[in-house]
Design a protein around this ligand. Structure first.
Ligand code: LLP
Length: 425
């Protein structure tokens, strides 16, 4: 196996004469030595460039889907680059607000928003609440009766479009917990109810068909359905959600955010839509901006079977291989351009056999215990879906740029692990 594909690495990645990987002007082995491993390393300029690309591709509004990766620094960065933020729980809302993002730049999502979360969103004055179901409409009306507050809403439609992606990542199909079905008039009834009630101000419609979608035609189809539906309402905004896929391994190719925007705009023109078109990318903003650096702790050859390489993280910092069977590449930070001629299985340190990071990996034969192993394209849904399984402490996050590293999330400590435990100590 040849060296890792350059475009799977962050924009600023550079390999020096000795084969060592640098990101944002910082050598990854040096970062690993300074901050320890596992470590998430994000290329700050790459993040900023993707945010700017999204704002240019969707000039009517681009919201960063914070579920992909959220911390104060990321919330602020996306805001500074002109993005709105999509938050899907009270927790995400709080992190964004505490980072200093103005409430009118926040879009509040969720398929089961509690009365508490809704009250909080209305109280701070979020830009839009994306209403998802009839019970949520009841809850907002109830809040309106109590306080007189009016919710500016997008109505989430289920357009029943089958995006070509993992079943768990698909949301637009008819059999889904998300949104009001277009089919059967459920969504039309919801819009009628919203428009007829003093509790709501109707701003438009929304659909999110799934995640890790490569086919821009699926988004074009979504615009057709949204446009046709919205034609009968006075929706001033159509949001096509997020979902643009990224390349993770080998020969995968994904459209750019710019191409995504063009495809969506072309579809809108063809469908005669003149409402504002907005989008909510998450993965495509952050995924390839980051790599995870691990240390190799164990190399265990099993004669006639395979070699297991155990690293110091695992399903607690990247649950995607376990959850979705997602593939990743791996390579040595100190020998980035080296031929990868040893077939191994890279596993974590958790107490279960399924704790696999890369099931069929190729790494250089020279790999040894103590080496820094890197998995690229780990910027989305790794840190954010991390856990404390086996009481493993969660890794820190550094942003690197122009030769400087900025620790934006510190490593969890053993004290953090017992901070909520009322019986210890
Ligand atoms: N908007 C809504 C309403 C969403 O539900 C999502 C993602 C997004 C935007 C952003 O989608 P993106 O551009 O990131 O694809 N944990 C899974 C992905 C779940 C996505 C959930 N919703 C994974 O690791 O692949």
């Amino acid at each position: 196996m040849s060296a890792v594909r350059r475009d799977l690495l962050p924009d600023s990645a550079w390999v020096d004469g000795s084969g060592s990987l640098w990101i944002g002007g910082c050598e990854v082995t040096a970062l690993a030595a300074e901050y320890g491993t596992p470590l998430f390393v994000y290329d700050e300029e790459h993040l900023r460039a993707r945010c700017r690309e999204a704002v240019a591709a969707f000039p009517d509004g681009a919201a960063y889907a914070t579920k992909a990766f959220l911390c104060g620094a990321m919330a602020l960065l996306a805001h500074e680059e002109g993005m709105q933020l999509d938050v899907a729980t009270g927790g995400e809302l709080q992190v964004a607000l505490r980072a200093g993002v103005p409430a009118d730049q926040l879009i509040f999502h969720g398929n089961n928003k509690s009365a508490y979360e809704l009250a909080m969103a209305l109280d701070v004055g979020v830009r839009h609440i994306v209403v998802d179901n009839a019970d949520e409409l009841d809850r907002i009306e109830h809040l309106h009766h109590a306080s007189g507050v009016v919710a500016k809403v997008l109505v989430r439609l289920n357009p029943a479009i089958e995006a070509h992606t993992h079943e768990y990542l698909q949301t637009g199909v008819a059999d889904s917990k998300f949104g009001f079905a277009v089919e059967g008039g459920v969504a039309a009834d919801a819009v009628r109810r919203v428009k007829g009630s003093a509790a709501f101000e109707f701003a438009g419609v929304h659909a999110h068909i799934g995640s890790q979608v490569y086919a821009t035609s699926s988004f074009a189809k979504t615009i057709e359905v949204l446009g046709a539906f919205a034609g009968d309402t006075d929706a001033s905004e159509l949001s096509i959600g997020g979902g643009l896929g990224v390349a993770y391994v080998g020969d995968e190719q994904a459209p750019t955010i710019t191409q995504w925007g063009e495809a969506v705009r072309d579809a809108a023109v063809a469908a005669g839509v003149n409402a504002k078109i907005t989008a909510e990318p998450g993965r495509s903003i952050v995924a390839s901006a980051a790599v995870t650096a691990y240390s190799v702790g164990v190399m265990k050859p099993i004669a006639g079977v395979r070699t297991y390489v155990a690293v110091d993280g695992g399903m607690s910092d990247n649950p995607r291989p376990v959850l979705y069977g997602s593939g990743y590449e791996a390579f040595l930070a100190r020998a980035t351009a080296a031929e990868r001629d040893l077939a191994v299985r890279i596993v974590g340190k958790h107490c279960e056999s399924g704790d696999v990071i890369v099931a069929e990996a190729y790494i250089p034969r020279e790999t040894a215990v103590g080496d820094v192993l890197v998995t690229p394209v780990t910027g989305a849904y790794g840190h954010s879906m991390g856990s404390n399984y086996n009481m493993v402490v969660r890794p820190p996050v550094v942003f690197v740029r122009d030769g400087f590293a900025r620790l934006v999330v510190r490593r969890e400590t053993y004290d953090d692990l017992v901070a909520r435990d009322l019986v210890i100590g």
